[in-house]
Design a protein. Structure first.
Length: 427
């Protein structure tokens, strides 16, 4: 039994089996699909929902027999054996390509523990890390809306605060964290409470990414790409390149700790995605406004959202033009919440003074379109503006910045000062 299942068993033994929430993994021709099963047990009869569709069924000793009817009237049947905090069994489902046929698939699952008391702060000490944004990775921790997570991240090369390699390079992430009650179509809210540097150095390069380099400099730039180690003066909040001479002998910049990686798991049908990549779910955003005091909004695409975080930077200029920012490890504290029944088209960030939408795509043109469209949708959704009104605000007040040039995709951020906007609608 895994550590996760052992933890869930402790909770499961303390609560009634009358009302239960299960996360089911159905193996659809070797592609996992995840569902939320909510069960009410009354004697031997079962009722509840499966991803919102009504169920009925019965209990026979350790076995659950369940029938779920969707909005099209199609019936799915499950036969599951309950073993403490886990289930295993089969699903008899309609063939998606032939309504006259059915197919049988293997099912496994685990029980979501009930909430224990009011919101709490949880210390999580990671022992392994993920190099993919993956819906099929077991959660490291179950938390609830309002809970605060205090944990650590390692740097993009897999090195921890003690200088020891703990994972393969490539932006290894801490997580995922399962947020109970979060469902596809919701929005995950991540309040970044604290980002604290936990070591005295960071690593970068002396290069310029090709997207930011003119042809006149190409020959000279061929000799670039050497590692640069930076000293982090945590007391003064400054970073200096080690061994710098000449024009950089006295060069020092104020640190601005940020998370380069923040994401939820991608949606159904998506394979694990490299932690070097980005999409609507977030990812390797490398947006230097993902900082302490700001709030990030991400679209939930899997049960529990499955929140990942990592790739901490002590400092990053707009665009991450040196390929690597000041890569380091970090202590991270976040509080999670969920907005039910509302989704966002692209990642959003809110600071005390601005609202921001991050567009991510294969080109700057497309990234700008995503950022602009996402901001207009925010103005319509939360501020009650018509398209005409949003266009007037954008045309007079929007700021665009280049968030990321270093990845396979690029990022453009649209920003608006909150002081110019009416009070948002709270529904």
């Amino acid at each position: 039994m895994t550590a996760l299942f052992a933890l869930l068993s402790v909770f499961a033994s303390a609560v009634s089996q009358a009302d239960e929430v299960w996360i089911l993994r159905t193996d659809l021709w070797r592609s996992p699909a995840f569902s939320t099963l909510r069960v009410h047990e009354d004697a031997s009869r079962l009722s509840g929902t499966l991803d919102g569709d009504a169920i009925e069924g019965k209990v026979e000793k350790d076995w659950l027999s369940i029938a779920s009817t969707d909005k099209q009237g199609q019936v799915s049947r499950y036969r599951l054996q309950r073993m403490g905090a886990s289930v295993t069994g089969t699903a008899d489902l309609p063939d998606p390509n032939d309504a006259t046929r059915r197919a049988t698939h293997a099912v496994t699952g685990w029980r979501v523990p009930e909430r224990q008391g009011p919101p709490r702060t949880i210390d999580y000490h990671p022992t392994d890390y993920s190099n993919t944004w993956d819906a099929d990775r077991h959660p490291v921790l179950v938390v609830w809306p309002g809970d605060t997570i205090h944990t650590t991240t390692i740097d993009s090369g897999g090195v921890d605060e003690n200088g020891k390699t703990q994972a393969l390079f490539g932006n290894p992430q801490t997580g995922p964290f399962f947020i109970a009650g979060a469902e596809p179509g919701d929005t995950l809210v991540v309040h970044i409470r604290r980002l604290h540097l936990n070591r005295d150095y960071a690593d970068s390069l002396d290069t310029v990414v090709g997207r930011a380099l003119g042809m006149s400099l190409a020959n000279g730039a061929a000799a670039l790409g050497r590692p640069v180690r930076w000293t982090l003066d945590r007391e003064k909040g400054l970073a200096r390149p080690q061994g710098a001479t000449g024009a950089l002998a006295d060069f020092a910049v104020p640190v601005k700790p940020m998370l380069g990686g923040l994401a939820v798991a991608p949606g159904f049908g998506m394979p694990p995605i490299s932690t070097g990549d980005t999409a609507r779910f977030g990812g390797n955003m490398d947006f230097n406004e993902v900082i302490e005091g700001n709030t990030v909004y991400l679209p939930v695409q899997q049960p529990g959202a499955l929140l990942y975080m990592g790739d901490a930077h002590a400092l990053q200029g707009e665009g991450e033009t040196s390929q690597y920012a000041l890569e380091t490890s970090m202590d991270v504290t976040v509080t999670v919440d969920v907005i039910h029944g509302r989704s966002v088209s692209m990642p959003r960030v809110e600071s005390p003074s601005q609202i921001m939408v991050l567009g991510q795509a294969g080109s700057l043109d497309e990234a700008l379109k995503f950022a602009s469209t996402g901001m207009i949708q925010w103005l319509q959704q939360d501020y009650g503006m018509t398209l005409s009104q949003a266009a007037q605000v954008m045309g007079s007040a929007v700021h665009f910045t280049v968030a990321n040039l270093a990845g396979r995709s690029v990022g453009v951020a649209a920003k608006l000062d909150k002081s110019l906007l009416p009070a948002p609608r709270r529904e």
